[in-house]
Design a protein around this ligand. Structure first.
Ligand code: GLY
Length: 593
């Protein structure tokens, strides 16, 4: 069996390389920065994890938070030039494809969640699709065994990318600027290069062996065969050329022009399935987001083909009656009920959800009050329920990476984008001289029922591979409203852990009254049905809580880090925007004006 959680492993390596002082601290001059007290004072004795201390940033007019400070600055510049949140979001998305190439992308896909100042809530699905020649058993050998690495490291893992069409659609419908205006900063960063920071280099170092394997990748992402070092300048002329083609010809260049032709040629040469028809037929779609109430707030999140909104809402409905604030953050009791709720919601996720164009998603039933009550009744007060006793209740883990960013503009438009090439650097391969990494999103499908994917998720037939189908995702760009007004934009990378990380950021603010810095610094936990373990960051539990959980039958899996929340919260008293860079990704930045 494959080793699960490859990206968690990557993050362990990444974090083992050391967490230096945050460059973001030196970059806060544009915003009114206010340091907050150390988290452990508020989180009842939990030891402080070894993240750098990032400044809490406040702003009156607009704010951007992303995993790379130069991309954040691109978005902030667009807002200051009078662009709206959609203009800034598209500009940040293209910039991240250059300065955060592990995850920011044009070779993948994602979701955009929008709350417009006029009250409209919109959701754009630009998730990748399986090639038309894809088959349910394409990741298996003749003996029916899933072939290790086929869905993650080969061209068979590549889904038809959606990012370029998604950004084009969002910009045309709700932006105010031209494509040339919002792509220009990315082209400049690619052509002129940018200075690498320790946080950038650490991510590159997770994949050096792969960069060495592919000469066209190593020519860009290695310095004469050696890993790039912090302080050096990375230039990407091939990617600059690709972005210029998109700037000139728009989606045609990508889906019916030289870029599609280059990807199809490389795919054919490497036993992949992609054809020009796959590119020409690709479409994006506007969808109705999933909505639910939690403690008087409206949670607006990702609908299928994402499992994020349904799983977050199902979990929140189960835990709603429990007084978590009274029981305490990550106390044995609140952890027990949170984990049992997640166990049941993930069992439903992994059993019933898939691309709604192919399978019926029983969202109404999963999110009904009756279903939540039934699941609640099955939780034993003093012990863990083994996952083997929990089934999809109407009749399993993910590697990171992906990236999320959030933007709020002066008018009150809010945009959350989570987009991905799946693992760090996708299949780690670049088609010819296109300069961008291709996704391995086909691994998000069920390669075989019962066999875990790279995130350890054990999924069913609803998410089997079919031609033109979108793989089930955990990406959960989420907007929280209070009385119809913006309260929070949040989201994270992290494979299946996205759901827990995003949900804990919301619970920390709403239930525990934390500010955005406390909510993001706080250690995280995650449970996804299988493996039957609680994933826990350092400091997630005090020793006594850990021992109480052990007595109740829980097994803990220590992980160094989960996710990278990019959240903006509106302070209800002052109306000011508040954000902070998640210290787990020190190259990131929150900035506003
Ligand atoms: N590729 C991770 C996700 O979409 O869930």
């Amino acid at each position: 069996m494959r080793k699960p959680i490859t990206t968690i492993t990557a993050l362990v390596i990444l974090l083992a390389l050391g967490v230096g002082a945050s460059a973001a601290q030196a970059r806060a001059q544009d915003s009114r920065a206010a340091q907050d007290g150390p988290l452990q004072a508020r989180v009842r004795g939990n030891p402080q994890p070894a993240w750098p201390d990032e400044p809490l940033v406040t702003a009156r007019h607009g704010m951007v938070v992303s995993a790379q400070h130069l991309a954040t600055q691109v978005g902030l510049d667009i807002l200051k030039q009078g662009g709206n949140a959609v203009d800034a979001a598209v500009a940040v998305g293209y910039a991240l494809a250059v300065v955060h190439p592990c995850c920011g992308n044009i070779g993948g896909g994602g979701f955009m969640n929008l709350h417009l100042a006029d009250g409209k809530n919109l959701f754009l699905d630009f998730r990748e699709k399986a090639p038309l020649a894809a088959t349910p058993d394409m990741m298996q050998n003749a003996a029916g065994k899933v072939v290790n690495g086929r869905s993650t490291r080969t061209y068979l893992g590549v889904g038809v990318p959606g990012t370029v069409m998604g950004f084009d659609e969002a910009l045309k419908k709700y932006g105010t600027m031209s494509l040339a205006q919002v792509v220009a900063p990315a082209i400049k960063l690619a052509r002129e290069g940018f200075v690498l920071e320790p946080g950038d280099v650490r991510i590159f170092n997770t994949s050096t062996a792969y960069f060495r394997k592919y000469p066209n990748v190593g020519a860009i992402f290695l310095d004469h065969g050696r890993p790039w070092k912090a302080g050096q300048i990375l230039r990407q002329p091939q990617l600059a050329r690709t972005l210029e083609l998109i700037e000139k010809d728009g989606t045609r260049a990508f889906y019916d022009g030289p870029i599609a032709a280059a990807v199809v040629k490389a795919s054919r040469a490497n036993h992949g399935l992609l054809t020009l028809k796959d590119f020409r037929d690709y479409t994006v779609q506007w969808q109705k987001p999933i909505e639910c109430d939690y403690r008087g707030y409206t949670i607006i999140s990702a609908p299928p083909p994402s499992s994020g909104g349904a799983t977050i809402c199902e979990t929140l409905q189960i835990i709603a009656p429990y007084p978590f604030a009274k029981w305490g953050f990550h106390s044995a009791k609140s952890t027990h009920y949170f984990v049992e709720a997640e166990r049941r919601a993930f069992a439903d996720r992994n059993t019933y959800l898939g691309d709604p164009a192919f399978v019926h998603n029983p969202i109404g039933r999963l999110l009904s009050a009756e279903h939540a009550a039934e699941l609640r009744a099955g939780i034993q007060p003093d012990r863990a329920t083994p996952s083997s006793q929990v089934k999809g209740s109407l009749g399993p883990y993910q590697a990171t990476d992906t990236t999320h960013y959030s933007v709020v503009d002066d008018k009150g438009d809010a945009v959350g984008v989570t987009y991905t090439i799946n693992s760090f650097f996708g299949i780690k391969q670049i088609a010819g001289d296109t300069g961008f990494f291709l996704n391995n999103e086909m691994d998000d499908f069920t390669s075989k029922p019962g066999v875990p994917n790279q995130f350890g998720l054990v999924q069913g037939k609803a998410n089997q591979i079919e031609p033109g189908k979108r793989p089930l995702s955990s990406m959960s760009p989420t907007i929280v409203l209070r009385d119809g007004k913006l309260a929070m934009v949040t989201g994270s990378p992290g494979g299946s852990t996205i759901i827990s990380t995003t949900m804990e950021s919301i619970i920390n603010v709403i239930e525990y009254g934390m500010n955005v810095k406390q909510a993001i610094d706080a250690p995280r936990i995650h449970m996804q049905w299988y493996p039957d373990e609680i994933f826990a960051e350092p400091g997630a539990f005090t020793p006594s809580v850990q021992s109480a959980l052990g007595t109740m039958g829980y097994k803990l899996r220590p992980v160094h880090s989960m996710g990278d929340i990019a959240a903006i919260v509106v302070d209800p008293r002052t109306g000011l925007l508040e954000s902070v860079n998640d210290p787990r990704y020190p190259a990131g930045e929150a900035a506003g004006y």
